[in-house]
Write a new protein. Structure first.
Lengths: 414, 414
C-alpha cells in the first residue's frame, strides 16, 4: 500500500475556500492510487481565540485543561474537512489522537510522542482513501488529552509518516519553502530546493517559523523525507532530507539571525575547576537557556566569562548572578540587551576550511564589529551589535553567493 | 462515599459570570462533604454555531463528522469550568465521554447509552472532589464520538447518577421547575413540587422543553430521583420521582398542549383484517410518527379511519395515502392542518373515574368542539380546532383546580 502524509497549517484550513484548495492537493495524490493521511491544524485564529478565553477564565490556566480546550480546534478542522470530502463521495473519516493512540508522555502543553498505533491506522486505510487526522494533539497513558506545543501538527505529520513508512511527508503552509535567509530583510533571498535535517535544525528560530524543530528531529531520526511547500501554488518547495551526494558541493546553505539575544560578561572570575558549573547551574535551574559561551584564556588564575541568554531572561539572569557573585569571585558584571546573533549554516563547511575567514572579512569590509563567535561543525554564529543585523545578513548572504541562482558551487546542489 | 450529580444547561454556562453561579451551586454540596459529578452542556449558542458551520461545509453533513464537530462544544465548557475550579484550589478535572467509557450504541446524532465505566469514575472521585463531565457525548465500541440528541446532557447526567448510585440528580436550567401548564398562555400556571416519571413522560413535548424525554425514561428505569431547578435562584424546583403515597391524591397534575398537529381522515375504507397495517406501515416506513388514531365502528364492511401526524409531515403523508388509496379502498381523504392537541395528565386518574366527563363538560361550557379523543391510563388527549388551544388550556387548568394553591385534593400531594 502506497501512503503519503500531507499536513496543512491553520492558514491552509482557515475557511471553506481554503479547504477546497486542500482538496485539490489531496486529489493529485488520490488520482495516482496512493492512500492519504491528511493532518490538519486548527483553523487560523482558532487556537488564539481559545487561549484568550482560557486567560479570561483563569489567570494561570491549568495546563491539562488548557490542552483539553485547545485540542478542540483541530477536532473542528478535521470534522468539517471530512464532511467536505464525504459529500464528494470520497471514502474518508476524521481521526482524533486517542482513536489511533498517538501516545505521548504525560506532559501537558508540550508533550512528546512516544508511539502511534500504526496497525490500527493501516486497518482504517483499508476502508478509507483519506484519513483526516487531528494534528497537534496526543493522548497519554491515562487517556488524557495532551498537545505537542506550537507547530506541533508538523510533528504529528512526521511521526505518522514515520510510523506508516509513508513515501514522503508533505508540509503545506503559507510560505513556499525554506529560504536562504529572511526575505523580509534580504530581498535577494532564494528558496532552497534541498536542505539537510542538520542544517534545518541549526537554523533554529528562523527555521522554526517554517517547521517545528521537534518535527525535524523526528524526521532525522526516522529518515522521513519532508517536503515543505505552499498550499496556494503548484511550485515545488523545499525538501528536507538526509545528506546526499551532490549536496556536498553546497558550502553554505543559509544565513539565519536571532534578535532575541542579550549578553552578560562576568569579569575577573576565579578560574578554578567547577566555576562554569557554579555559574550555569543556577541559571539552568531557573529554566533559562544559555546559548553562546566564551571563556577567555586564564591570566593569573582569573578569567572573564561571557555568555548570551534570551533577551527576556536577562533580568532574572542578572538577579541570579548578583546572588552568586561572591561565591564565584566575580569582580564585576556588564550586560547588553542590544545584541543579535547571525549564523552561517551549511553542511559543506565540514569539508571546507576558510568559511569563517570569509565571513569575518566580509563583515570587516562593512565596518561591522564582532562581539562573540561560536562554531559548530556546520554553523558559525556571530554576535553583533543589534543595529548591524540586517546589514550583516545581507552582506553574508552575498558573500557566500546565496544571491546567485542555483548553479554556483556555493549553492545547495539540487 | 456520598455522591450527587448536578447538570447545568447551556444558558447556565453561557459565560464566565454564569459559571461563577454554577460554582455557588457546587459549593453548597461540597461544603457538606459530598462528592460532585458536574455535567455541563455546551455554552449557549455554541452548538447552533457549529451546526451552522457544518451546513456551510456540506448540504447534508455526515452524521459521524457532525458528532465529532458538535462534541467540541461540551469539551470547551468542561475545560474552561475545570480551570475556574482549579484556580480556586478545588481538586477537580474535566472528563470526556471516552475517558470514562460512556459507551453508546453505534448511532450517530441520537445514540443511546449502553453503559458507563463506574469503577473508573469512582477511582477518579478518590482524588477529586468535583469531576466535570462533558454532557451530550458518548463513544461507541469503535472509539468514535457519538452524541445523544438535543437535550442529551440531561440523559448523560441521569445515566451517571444511575451508574454511581448518586443520591440525587439535580438538573439546573433557566426555568425554575415543571409547571401545571405553559405559563405563557396561562398566567395562573403553578410550579409543581413533585411529579412522577410517568406523568413527566406523558407531558411529552411540553415536558421535553424542561427535560429530554429519554432522560426521564432512564430515571424511571433506574429509579433516580431528579430535581429540576433554576441556576438563577435558590428556590426548590420540581422533583421527578417514582409514585409515592400522598401523591395519589393528585387527580390531575398538568395540562399539556401541542400545536404541531395535523389530522387526516380516510373515508369509507374497506374494514378488513390488516387494513390498519396497510395504512400505517408505509407511513411508518417514511419515519412519520402517527399519534392519535380513531377508527369508527364498521358499517356494512366499511369504516372511516382518522389519525394525526406532526404538521410538517402532512404533505408526505398525503403523498403516501394517494399512492396506496386504491389498495385500501378508500373513497375519499380529508385533512386539516389547523388542529392542536390538549392533554390532561395525572397519575390520580387511574383510581378516579369522571375525569373525562369533567373535561368534556368544561369544554362544552366554553363552546369548544372536540374533534378526537384518545385516552391512556394517566392521560386524556383531546384534538381541537387550533384557534381554541389557549382557551381550552386555561379552561381545563381551572376546571381541575390547578389554579389553586397546593392544598386542594386536585393538586399533586407535595
Amino acid at each position: 500500500m502506497r501512503i503519503i502524509v500531507q499536513k496543512f497549517g491553520g492558514t491552509s484550513v482557515a475557511n471553506l475556500e481554503c479547504m477546497l484548495k486542500v482538496l485539490e492537493k489531496n486529489r493529485e495524490i488520490l488520482d495516482k492510487g496512493v492512500k492519504l493521511v491528511v493532518v490538519l491544524s486548527a483553523m487560523a485564529g482558532e487556537t488564539n481565540r481559545l487561549l484568550a478565553m482560557a486567560k479570561q477564565w483563569s489567570k494561570n490556566p491549568d495546563p491539562w485543561e488548557l490542552d483539553a480546550l485547545v485540542a478542540t480546534g483541530e477536532q473542528v478542522s478535521v470534522a468539517l474537512y471530512a464532511m467536505l470530502l464525504k459529500e464528494r463521495g470520497i471514502r474518508t473519516r476524521s481521526v482524533l489522537a486517542h482513536q489511533v493512540e498517538i501516545l505521548t508522555d504525560c506532559t501537558a502543553g508540550r508533550a512528546r510522542i512516544l508511539g502511534i498505533n500504526a496497525e490500527r491506522i493501516m486497518e482504517l486505510l483499508k476502508d478509507h482513501d483519506i484519513l483526516v487526522v487531528a494534528g497537534f494533539q496526543g493522548c497519554d497513558i491515562r487517556q488524557r488529552i495532551t498537545t505537542l506545543g506550537r507547530g506541533g501538527s508538523d510533528t504529528s505529520a512526521v511521526a505518522l509518516a514515520a510510523a506508516l513508512k509513508a513515501e514522503i511527508c508533505e508540509i503545506f503552509t503559507d510560505v513556499d519553502g525554506v529560504y536562504t535567509t529572511d526575505p523580509n530583510i534580504c530581498p535577494r533571498a532564494r528558496k532552497i530546493n534541498r536542505i539537510t535535517y542538520d542544517e534545518m535544525l541549526e537554523m533554529a528560530s528562523m527555521g522554526a517559523k517554517v517547521l517545528q524543530i521537534r518535527s525535524v528531529e523526528f524526521a532525522k531520526k526516522y529518515q522521513v523525507p519532508v517536503h515543505v511547500r505552499s498550499t496556494f501554488s503548484n511550485e515545488p518547495g523545499t525538501i528536507v532530507t538526509k545528506e546526499e551526494e551532490g549536496m556536498e558541493e553546497a558550502l553554505v546553505s543559509s544565513i539565519a539571525y536571532d534578535k532575541d539575544q542579550a549578553r552578560v560578561t562576568l569579569m575577573d572570575v576565579n578560574d578554578e575547576p567547577g566555576v562554569a558549573a557554579n555559574i550555569f547551574g543556577p541559571i539552568s535551574d531557573a529554566n533559562i537557556v544559555v546559548d553562546m559561551i566564551v571563556q577567555n584564556p586564564s591570566r593569573e588564575g582569573r578569567t572573564d566569562m561571557t555568555f548570551t541568554v534570551p533577551r527576556g531572561d536577562l533580568e532574572p539572569t542578572i538577579a541570579i548572578i548578583n546572588r552568586i557573585k561572591k561565591d564565584i569571585g566575580a569582580k564585576a558584571m556588564v550586560h547588553d540587551a542590544q545584541v543579535s546573533k547571525v549564523s552561517i549554516i551549511g553542511v559543506g563547511m565540514r569539508n571546507h576550511s576558510g568559511v569563517a575567514a570569509m565571513a569575518f572579512t566580509a563583515l570587516k569590509n562593512e565596518g561591522i564589529n564582532i562581539l562573540m563567535i561560536s562554531t559548530s561543525e556546520i554553523k558559525i554564529s556571530i554576535l553583533l551589535d543589534e543595529k548591524y543585523t540586517e546589514l550583516a545578513v545581507r552582506t553574508l548572504h552575498e558573500a557566500f553567493g546565496l544571491d546567485r541562482p542555483e548553479s554556483s558551487i556555493f549553492c545547495e546542489g539540487a
